[in-house]
Design a protein around this ligand. Structure first.
Ligand code: NAP
Length: 313
């Protein structure tokens, strides 16, 4: 007979790994299912500055997440690498059907996170991985000494643009307004960076090239004026990074869990509309999406799962 876990957690980002840590410490039989690499959004973040107690010089997303993974596993959390295709969440035993197997659980914590929003320009799909990227940590080194453009004006765009200045010859932030959304402390560093410039009130309309990205058309949102930007002849290419927010990873739960604009609705204790099913992290309706809030969600969800299991008897 298949094992019925006390808790199955979907996703190994900060929310899922913290839920695992708390569930494991509570001696609940716990499985974390992750479809890719651990870490979610922070696996592609170069610098973590605002996680409490984070004073390790050069701490990156991957280094922080590696410690979170090790800590959860220390408390006996099991792991599965699988893509869940279908879920049956109602009832005392919940069923998660993946490509490699079916996982049974008395409680489920959804911690599937979010993924980057596409830039939304013409031809985008043709050039992803051929000049367009959504991960500076992964792809910055390809653009050593080239020109790079970054779309967005939030924390992610500005921080990743600064990281890209360590590699690229010049980095230009393209933002649809004339003022950044990023935190003031991040803005101050960006404005002081001599390799970083700004193209205000601008959106990317179209990208082009043969095999790789060599040109794009941008439009001024105030004047409507369009400008063709071409790769320097000697370079033959440029980079375009998109950091314009996130989209929730919740398709699997459509029509099953209550949602608002694709984000899962919970109460302050991470309860969804189904008893024994909790949601933690970026794909939940909430006001602040940070590592610290994801971790807090995970801890709360795991403790609520423990209470629920205790009441099941
Ligand atoms: P965000 O804060 O939602 O910012 C998205 C940016 O993209 C905004 O500047 C927005 O412009 C722009 N944008 C949105 N849709 C666009 C479109 N269709 N075309 C052009 N521009 C568009 O997203 P984020 O920077 O990815 O951050 C996501 C979350 O992670 C946030 O909660 C953020 O605080 C957090 N985060 C925190 C840190 C940190 O604390 N160090 C680092 C990274 C991320 P407008 O400003 O005009 O709306």
């Amino acid at each position: 007979m298949e094992k019925i876990y006390d808790v199955v957690i979907l996703g190994a980002g900060p929310a899922g790994l913290t839920a695992g840590l708390y569930a494991g410490r509570s001696r609940l039989s716990t499985l974390i299912v992750e479809k890719g690499k651990d870490g979610g959004q922070i696996a592609i973040t170069d610098e973590i500055e605002n996680y409490p107690g984070q004073e390790v010089e050069g701490e990156s997303g991957p280094s922080l997440i590696a410690r979170m993974t090790a800590q959860a596993e220390k408390f006996g959390v099991e792991r599965a690498g699988d893509v869940i295709k279908e879920v049956e969440l109602v009832g005392d035993v919940k069923k998660l059907i993946g490509n490699k197997g079916t996982y049974l659980a008395k409680t489920v914590i959804v911690a599937t996170g979010a993924f980057p929003r596409p830039i939304g320009c013409e031809n985008e799909g043709k050039f992803v991985g051929k000049g367009i990227s959504f991960c500076a940590t992964c792809d910055a080194s390809f653009f050593e000494d080239f020109e790079v453009y970054v779309v967005g004006g939030g924390d992610a765009a500005v921080e990743e643009a600064m990281y890209l200045t360590k590699f690229a010859r010049k980095v230009t932030i393209i933002h649809r307004r004339d003022e950044l959304r990023a935190a003031k402390s991040i803005q101050e560093k960006a404005f002081a960076n001599p390799k970083l410039s700004f193209m205000w009130d601008t959106v990317v309309e179209k990208v082009d090239g043969d095999e790789i990205l060599t040109s794009m058309v941008v439009r001024n949102t105030k004047t409507g004026e369009k400008t063709l930007i071409e790769a320097d002849e000697e370079d033959g290419l440029f980079g375009l990074f998109g950091f314009i927010g996130l989209l929730p990873n919740t398709k699997l739960f459509e029509g099953i869990l209550d949602m608002e604009n694709g984000y899962i609705k919970t109460d302050e204790n991470m309860h969804t509309n189904i008893p024994g099913v909790y949601a933690a992290g970026d794909m939940r309706v909430k006001s602040l999406r940070q590592v610290v809030t994801a971790a807090a969600d995970g801890a709360i969800a795991a403790m609520q799962a423990e209470h629920y299991l205790a009441n099941l008897g």
